[in-house]
Every structure is written in structure tokens, then in C-alpha cells.
Design a protein around this ligand. Structure first.
Ligand SMILES: Nc1nc2c(ncn2[C@@H]2O[C@H](COP(=O)(O)OP(=O)(O)O)[C@@H](O)[C@H]2O)c(=O)[nH]1
Ligand SMILES: [Mg+2]
Length: 334
């Protein structure tokens, strides 16, 4: 996951190392330690020799920062997000006093970490959401075709079952041939109850039934699969609006694939504007060497990333953790 970006980030921290090391050949003016009043000559010598520090200036890091921005953009990080990361690191590093012998990569990595954490947001803890909300919690999954919605519904069903919740799935993709069978196969493998109608039926009616079933049987969570659609296809978007009015989801989850990079971010923003989204799942992170979508999506649309899909098996889903993502990207470099 994200190995291409990780390799490049590793090289970048070396770039900072070189650039700052060159700049350090010139001692910085008056470091605070040197300003300590020490009347003795011995004291003055000690200050000069052991407390010599260098101040990192904006100029010293200009080149590696530019290089870093290029790396971020080449790895599909959205431009405004890349700019924000760079500004954050520049502000963090400029004026930093560095003692002779102190490792620069430690300073750079910690600035990069805090910049990444800043844009990654907090994630979304679905288990605690369900625990603290009235049941059934109704979750509507939406997004374009083929990105992994149906698989994600099955994976989240399996995940929630393992966490001790009861689950019902609503087969709301009545549009595509084979879609009902697909989710039906997942549900029966996982031992999850599914509510389905015929192909071509009104998806709002199916999902309404799924909610009623959950209410009647005190089921904790309704997971609603839907047909893929583009935000600019008026009919399908109207249909989604109808589903929203009838099913009254507690959460709308936008699903897209990490491998789509910036396209996923742009589409997520469009969906957020038209039907709304409360959280995002990015699938196929296992096939994404770049990581740009995962880095940019939450900050761009202002909604948290909830899960990453990491493969085709039911267990291949992980709650998104900003800390883990940053470690994943900077592990080799740390
Ligand atoms: N490698 C990988 N493949 C995935 C992941 N999630 C879904 N897929 C695959 O993507 C394809 C489309 O998934 P599907 O759930 O049918 O997408 P939908 O059209 O949005 O419902 C299937 O072949 C899935 O197995 C994932 O996290 N990693
Ligand atoms: Mg589907």
C-alpha cells in the first residue's frame, strides 16, 4: 500500500538533509543559548563550542520543499492539499534552531508527520457511532460503478458482525443485471439477512423494507447497497434523492477507489455537494502505490475517511487510522 509514495518520501528527507547540512556550514547568528549571561571566559567558550546552533532559513529548504511538492503532486495529492502540506512544513522548519550533531532527518520527518496528520483528519469510528446512536443505524452506500460498493457492504457487514452487532443488508442495486445475486451470495456466505426485490424494482421500496425489517427485529444496522451512478446523471441522482427521503439514512457513505487518485477526490466532492456524504471508504488501497486520494479526500471534501479496502476478501478492510497511514508512509524513513 502506497509504496511508491513511501519510497519517494524517503529520498526527499535525504534532500532536506543535504540542503540543511550545506546551509549549516555558516553558523547562525545569536542562538538563544549563546545569549545566556555567563561572565566567565570558560563559560563563553563552552557556549561557543557545545551550544553552537544553526537557524534553518526558508532559503535552505526552498529546493527540497519544491521537490517534495512535485512528489506529492506526482502521487495524486490534490494541489491545494499539497500546498497546505508544504506551507505547514515551511512554517515548522523555518527558524528552527538545530544544534551541531542533531539529526536533521528527525526534524524533517516530524514536520512532515505533523503536516500529514493535519490534512488526514481524525477518521471515523463506526463502532462507536453505532454504539452511541439510536438503532437501527441506517447506512446508505453510494458512488460510481465498479468502485467496490457491494464488496464494501459485505466487508462492513462481516466487520460489524464480528464486533457483535446484528446486521441486515438491503439489495438496493435493482438496476444492474446480476447485482441482486451478487450481494445475495455475499450475504448468505456471511450469514447476514438480506432484503431484496426483483430486478428493476424501485430501490427506495427495497430499502424501506430493509429498514422496517430491522425495526421489527431489533437489528442494529441496515447496510444499503445501491446502483453505481454519476453525479451528472440527473435521473439516477433523483432516484438517490428519493432513496434518501424514504430511507432516511443516518449515514451516507461515499465509496470510491484509491487507485482513481484525483478523480476519486473530484467525484467525492461532487457527490458531497449533490446528495451529501458523511464519510468515505476508499477501496483498492492494496493496488494503489500513490496514496494521493487517501491523503487528499477527507481534507478536500471536509468529511472523514472511514475505511480503506485492502483486498478482495471479506477481512480486507481496515478502519482508517491517520497515525497508521503516516507510519506506513514514513516507516522506512523514520
Ligand atoms: N484489490 C481490491 N479489489 C477490490 C476491493 N474492493 C472491491 N474490489 C473489487 O472490485 C470489483 C468491483 O467491486 P463491486 O463491489 O462489485 O463494485 P460496485 O460496482 O461499486 O458495487 C470486484 O472485483 C471486487 O472484488 C479492494 O479493496 N481491493
Ligand atoms: Mg454493486
Amino acid at each position: 500500500m502506497f509504496e511508491g509514495l513511501r519510497d519517494r518520501l524517503q529520498k526527499i528527507t535525504t534532500g532536506f538533509e543535504k540542503s540543511i547540512a550545506t546551509a549549516s556550514a555558516e553558523p547562525a547568528p545569536a542562538a538563544p543559548a549563546a545569549e545566556k549571561k555567563d561572565p566567565t571566559l570558560l563559560g563563553k567558550v563552552r557556549v561557543l563550542v557545545t551550544d553552537r546552533e544553526f537557524v534553518i532559513s526558508e532559503k535552505d529548504i526552498e529546493e527540497p520543499l519544491f521537490e517534495l511538492e512535485m512528489v506529492l503532486l506526482e502521487n495524486d495529492v490534490a494541489l491545494p492539499v499539497a500546498e497546505e502540506i508544504i506551507a505547514h512544513i515551511r512554517a515548522d522548519l523555518t527558524g528552527t534552531r538545530r544544534k551541531i550533531g542533531e539529526r536533521i532527518d528527525t526534524i524533517v520527518i516530524s514536520a512532515l508527520k505533523s503536516a500529514l496528520l493535519d490534512v488526514l483528519g481524525d477518521g471515523f469510528d463506526l463502532v462507536s457511532y453505532i454504539t452511541t446512536h439510536e438503532r437501527p443505524v441506517k447506512i446508505l452506500f453510494t458512488g460510481v460503478n465498479g468502485t467496490g460498493k457491494t464488496t464494501t457492504v459485505a466487508k462492513i457487514g462481516a466487520y460489524l458482525k464480528k464486533q457483535g452487532f446484528s446486521v441486515v443488508i438491503g439489495a438496493g442495486d435493482t438496476f444492474r443485471a446480476g447485482a441482486i445475486e451478487q450481494i445475495d451470495v455475499h450475504a448468505s456466505r456471511l450469514g447476514i439477512r438480506i432484503i431484496q426485490h426483483q430486478q428493476g424494482a424501485d430501490p427506495s421500496a427495497v430499502l424501506f423494507d430493509a429498514v422496517q425489517h430491522a425495526e421489527a427485529h431489533h437489528i442494529d444496522v441496515v447496510l444499503a447497497d445501491t446502483a453505481g451512478r454519476f453525479h451528472n446523471r440527473v435521473n439516477l441522482m433523483n432516484q438517490l434523492e428519493k432513496i434518501r427521503r424514504i430511507m432516511k439514512p443516518d449515514l451516507i457513505v461515499y465509496v470510491d477507489e484509491a487507485v482513481a487518485g484525483n478523480d476519486a477526490v473530484v467525484r467525492a466532492a461532487e457527490f458531497e455537494k449533490s446528495v451529501g456524504a458523511d464519510a468515505v471508504v476508499l477501496t483498492k488501497a492494496d493496488m494503489d502505490p500513490r496514496g494521493g486520494a487517501a491523503i487528499s479526500i477527507a481534507h478536500t471534501i471536509g468529511k472523514p475517511l472511514m475505511f480503506l479496502g485492502t483486498g478482495q476478501g471479506y477481512d480486507d478492510i481496515v478502519p482508517f487510522s491517520p497515525g497508521k497511514m503516516v507510519d506506513e508512509l514514513l516507516t522506512e524513513a523514520a
